[in-house]
Design a protein around this ligand. Sequence first.
Ligand SMILES: [Zn+2]
Length: 439
Amino acid sequence: MHWKLNLLAGLCGVALIGAMFFFIPEPAATSNLQFSSLPQKTPPATKHLRPKAHLQVAPAVYNIKEGVLSHRTLYEALTSCEIPPSEVLSLSRSFRPVFDFRCAKPKDIYRVSLNDQNEIQKFVYKTSLTDEYEAIKKKDGSYTVQKREIALDKTVISKVFTINSSLYQAVADFGESQRIAGMIADIFAWDIDFYTAPRKGDRIAVVYERFSRNGHFVRYGKILAARYETDQKDYSAFLFNDGHFDNYFDENGQPLKNMFLRSPLKFGKMTSGYSIRRFHPICKRYKAHTGIDYGSPTGTPILATANGKVTFAGWKNGYGKLLIVRHPNGYETYYGHCSRLLKKPGQLVEQGQVVARVGQTGLATGPHVHYEVRIKGTPVNPNNLKKTRVTPLRPSLMAKFKKVVNERTLLVMNALREKAKLVNRPTETESLDSVRKKA
Ligand SMILES: [Zn+2]
């Protein structure tokens, strides 16, 4: 009798495993993602078909299922491998604070480890090369969920771009992404107008970080140093942390950045300027306009124009939804008529960070941001502040800064020298490693 039961159980087990192996994913189910290590081998079926009472410890992992989500919900994907629905629901509930499966994408991949009751023991979910989540079952049936720390490989690269028509074209010619061009333009934006200034033959040497994983490019890091050479003048930039923020300085420690961005919108069109007296379209009378209006569709991101701390976020009379940021030296910036405020009082914001969205709350005839700057409470014309630079480096930091300048200047100059040799081979690029070996 006993052997018959065993045989029956064995057959069922084989059938179950067969079903698992013959589970064929949909043809469209492909993804470039991979898990960091290989799945464990499925142990032989017999090992796990002992009666339950013999198990003294937690049941060993019985089977590992993995696949691409494809155009299914996680619920569909997991219940299709016979996992009880209650298990899947408990899993996604535990996941919610860390990752919401309503944001899942078809290329996401999963790996689930099951015990012999087809209950989830461990679950790993991967949404990109760097985003991987892991859930481990607890005694009460819920899960401990955490985002896995993924270590990236950092390389420091030096490259020289020669301008033929534009900065963007030069960067693209050398197989680099427009992101690098944008970063270079941001660094020198205060001194060079990249729409008009670059001339054929100008050279830009850049030392920057690049992050990868298993040989796959993940993202760029920061530009550590850059040098823009023209016929007339050379501009240098060195990244340095002054104890609060990362900033770019020239070789003498003078900041490259102005304290304020020109406008709180990336591509804002000024629709009404700063004036002591103007006819107000809603109030139908002459009133001072103590700021600048930039028209843009509702929802356009509003950027903090300078580093600072949010002091007010809420409704204020004609301003509608208003955000106020306090900056060093008694400055404040106001962003009015917003549709959404994305920061709360007390939060630190960096120059260029998105803090709110354009709207037409309060007294406004159309979607725009009312941008105002005050010094010790008195409004001033933002256009007069364009040249205000951020504070230069403290003298106490100069020795450390000079060391950074010397190291990175060497990299920049080596890259330029190598480039001069390779002038007929424009696709040749220089990595830091090779520069180091030669240096
Ligand atoms: Zn206004």
